[in-house]
Design a protein around this ligand. Structure first.
Ligand SMILES: NC(=O)c1ccc[n+]([C@@H]2O[C@H](COP(=O)([O-])OP(=O)(O)OC[C@H]3O[C@@H](n4cnc5c(N)ncnc54)[C@H](O)[C@@H]3O)[C@@H](O)[C@H]2O)c1
Length: 391
């Protein structure tokens, strides 16, 4: 099959296996070029097939030679249809780890289920003994409660009032307006059920009671705050409510981890184009302006740079990590710098379809989005016939 990108409403519905593999290799190359980091050796990443989780696993393996277990929820390719990008990414990672002699175990399935938790426990018991670092990096649209079988769905909506803002279709470059009606109570609580901290806590709880966490165990989950432009929809909306719940769960997890001297942390990450963030209204316009400003100031980072900085400058320096007043690590520090936000706000006011090319880095955003699906990678021959089930 000749595989070209197929995009519908900011969602890319296919992926290129060789391009995804090249994208994983590029991240590995970046990490290797930066030298060694002394970080935990037995690492579990939940949400390891894409975005921040994939990047964290790459840093653990290729900067620290860690043995890793990666959980993702992806669709394989078949003769007629490509798999999801994450399917190819996680397999490409395993192959690279194999070639480097690094133990790497992949699990494809629903991390919210107890069945997948038991499968991970089995792998830890049989191969690693215990784990010393757990990265929780899930972005999911729904969750089946393992206790009740009930299905919960997450929505991206404001709370308390309608949200109206500028947005961009980043494939056509057209600037328009978007509106989102406020969520009702049920939608808020369902979103918290999916994207809040309950499942993170369940992972730690179950692994701890199975005696699979080492002394000094560390776990981290990712949050987002962001700018005024997306605040009503994001931080003060349904997803923000879930993120606040995630952040609050650190207290209970820390208490649970006391007997083994363990610790739970939150890292607030930068806004980046990933499969998850591209579909949030107004976020692509914000990101396109942010990329423009941060690139001009030479502050731009992608997932791999963010994760590398998290490990090398915050988590594993030999000192306790710097945290904000609420105890969170802030690798969104450069995004939130006053000069950056001021400039984004100025450009936001001016942006329209006619001047967007000059004011915003829509090209960079589009390229990064496509690279997440394995398209536009240097060195990949996209005219070649590739079987979608090649791996
Ligand atoms: N992208 C951003 O701008 C941004 C910024 C700050 C924080 N974050 C947070 O970082 C985390 C990861 O986001 P991302 O943007 O890297 O997302 P992503 O879509 O790139 O990756 C999500 C991962 O979750 C996995 N996943 C989804 N549902 C699953 C399930 N049921 N079982 C197992 N795995 C499942 C996917 O397979 C994938 O590996 C999220 O918590 C997100 O809120 C993202």
């Amino acid at each position: 099959m000749i595989i070209q990108p197929r995009i519908r409403r900011n969602i890319c519905v296919n992926a290129h296996p060789m391009g995804c593999a090249a994208q994983v290799q590029a991240q590995i190359h970046y990490v290797r070029s930066r030298g060694r980091i002394d970080s935990p050796q037995k690492v579990l990443v939940i949400g390891a097939s894409n975005g921040y989780g994939l990047a964290a696993r790459i840093v653990s393996a290729f900067a620290s030679d860690a043995a890793t277990i990666g959980v993702g929820f992806e669709r394989p390719g078949n003769k007629k249809r490509t798999g999801t990008a994450g399917w190819y990414n996680i397999e490409a990672f395993r192959r690279e780890a194999d070639a480097a002699g690094l133990p790497a175990y992949n699990i494809n399935g629903d991390a919210f289920s107890d069945e997948i938790k038991r499968e991970v426990e089995r792998i830890v018991r049989n191969h690693l003994g215990q784990i010393d670092f757990l990265v929780y990096s899930i972005a999911a649209p729904r969750r089946i409660d393992p206790d009740t079988g009930e299905i919960y769905s997450s929505v991206i909506k404001p709370i308390g009032g309608t949200f109206t803002a500028k947005t961009v279709d980043f494939h056509t470059g057209e600037v328009g307006r978007v509106s989102a009606e406020p969520a009702n109570k049920e939608e808020i609580s369902q979103t918290v059920k999916v994207m809040g901290g309950e499942d993170w806590m369940r992972w730690v709880e179950q692994m701890m009671s199975a005696n699979l966490l080492s002394n000094g165990f560390l776990t981290i989950a990712f949050s987002y705050i962001g700018s005024e432009h997306t605040r009503a929809l994001y931080r003060d909306g349904t997803i923000g409510a879930a993120k606040k719940d995630l952040e609050q769960k650190t207290a209970a997890i820390n208490q649970m981890l006391q007997p083994i001297g363990g610790r739970a942390l939150i890292s607030v990450n930068k806004a980046l184009v990933t499969r998850a963030s591209a579909v949030i209204p107004a976020v692509p316009l914000y990101i396109a302006l942010l990329y423009k400003v941060m690139k001009e100031k030479q502050l731009h980072e992608g997932c791999i740079q963010q994760m590398h900085r998290l490990y090398s400058e915050f988590l594993f320096t030999g000192q306790p990590p710097a945290v904000d007043a609420k105890g969170r690590i802030r690798i969104d520090d450069w995004e939130m710098r006053e000069d950056v936000q001021k400039e984004v706000a100025r450009l936001w006011q001016l942006a329209d379809t006619g001047n967007l090319k000059q004011l915003a880095d829509v090209k960079g955003l589009r390229e990064e989005f496509l690279r997440h699906h394995g398209f536009g990678m240097p060195g990949v021959d996209y005219r070649q016939d590739v079987p979608p089930d090649i791996f």
